[in-house]
Design a protein around this ligand. Structure first.
Ligand code: PLP
Length: 396
């Protein structure tokens, strides 16, 4: 059989044809409860009628002009992002990694424009994931992602996650910024305590560094607040990259920044052909309105508390298999005990018609749509229970 796709992924033998809220429907007609939602993307569920209507309406009018011309939907959505956050300015992208690239460029250009071109180094953390561009794999520092792609890029200093002394020691006159995920996603669903975010803010103030949050995965309401760092109000960033959930499934992202941090991002410094395209903006506006509707975030907090209580009960039943339940809100990690395989569990869970994902550090990752209810939570816990019951130690 010809294999026209690069072998960068190995999906299971399923063909999903339709989505409906928290469910995906396979060609065969079988339904699966989707508790990974395209990796924390389908925030308001699949096939949301208002998002579909907005996309269709825009599709009938205008698809694309490029940023050579004004895109009204950009002004509207950027206005909403700025209204509710630390940010004063927004640059729209098509993906998370582009939002990260824009963030890194904004931080470096800030110091450059203040007469400090030598101040370009960025501090990042072990277990970080910032995307797969050349810049982002160097920022993320994961040796597996760097190997085979030429020399390592200068300008990133990686510090052990949680090692405060190492962090302080790594700051030099050349440091421009600290880049961190308030909740690490790919690295193993590890939430940073609010006190740590506040500590980072203080360090940045003391050393004239910019604080960059990567909220590509943990933002867009995932943790029960619109942005994950809203849980630590005093720890606002200067720059933030968002994507995944903000488009609800339509590819889009954004780099948000303060006036101060972005003042030098002027004509010629950055650009994108597709970023902030009218179709993306039509959907992005609906998604943001849904996430910020009165009571929506309270519901996310409630359902995540309910789900987490049930998962804690599962952990008590399977103490020999589950080490801990971690993460924040509806970004949840089940860390398995040594000897048990997260991929094996994900496959067994899928056999029980529940879709979940893996993350680093032997973690099974749950990132359901934010619209799930108690019935969905119960269904998921039942499927996890069955799969955990059947889970055997890995053969070595
Ligand atoms: C997914 C992700 C990215 C990259 O986003 P893409 O849209 O895949 O480019 C960057 N940072 C974090 C934290 C992510 O989870």
């Amino acid at each position: 059989m010809p294999k026209p796709l690069m072998d960068t992924y190995s999906p299971p033998n399923l063909n999903f044809e339709r989505g409906e809220g928290a469910y995906l429907i396979e060609q065969s007609g079988e339904t699966y409860l989707d508790f990974i939602s395209g990796i924390a993307v389908n925030a308001i569920g699949h096939n949301h009628p208002e998002a579909v209507a907005a996309l269709k309406e825009q599709a009938d009018k205008l698809w694309h002009t490029s940023n050579m011309f004004r895109v009204p939907g950009q002004l509207e959505l950027a206005g909403k992002y700025c209204r509710d956050s630390f940010a004063d300015r927004v640059f729209f992208t098509n993906s998370g990694v582009e939002a990260i690239e824009a963030s890194i460029k904004t931080a470096r250009h800030y110091h450059f424009s203040k007469g400090r071109p030598d101040k370009y180094r960025i501090i990042t953390f072990t277990g970080a994931f910032h995307g797969r561009s050349y810049g982002a794999i160097n920022a993320g520092g994961n040796p597996k992602y760097l190997e085979g792609f030429g020399p390592k890029m200068e300008g990133f200093d990686q510090v052990e996650f949680g090692d405060h002394d190492a962090l302080r020691a790594s700051i030099t006159e050349e440091t421009a910024a600290i880049l961190i995920e308030p909740v690490q996603g790919e690295g193993g669903v590890r939430a940073l305590p609010s006190s740590c975010l506040r500590g980072l803010r203080e360090i940045c103030n003391a050393h004239e560094l910019l604080l960059i949050y990567d909220e590509v995965q943990c933002g867009a309401g995932r943790t029960g607040r619109i942005w994950a760092h809203d849980w630590a109000e005093e720890a606002r960033p200067d720059i933030m990259a968002v994507a995944k959930g903000v488009g609800g499934g339509f590819p889009m992202g954004a780099c948000l920044a303060t006036d101060e941090a972005s003042a030098h991002m002027v004509i010629g410094t950055h650009g994108s052909t597709f970023g902030g395209n009218p179709l993306a903006m039509a959907v992005g506006n609906v998604v943001y309105d849904k996430l910020t509707a009165p009571g929506f975030m309270d519901q996310v907090v409630n359902i995540s508390d309910t789900l987490r209580r049930s998962l804690a009960d599962l952990r008590d039943v399977y103490t020999g298999k589950i080490e801990e339940i971690r993460g924040r809100g509806l970004l949840i990690g089940l860390k398995l005990k040594d000897g048990f395989g997260n991929r094996t569990l994900v496959n067994k869970v899928r056999d029980n018609h529940l879709l979940v994902g893996v993350a680093g550090d032997n973690v099974v990752r749950l990132a359901p749509p934010l619209i799930i209810n108690e019935g969905h939570a119960r269904e998921a816990v039942t499927a996890l229970d069955r799969a955990l019951d059947a889970l055997q130690p890995e053969q070595v």
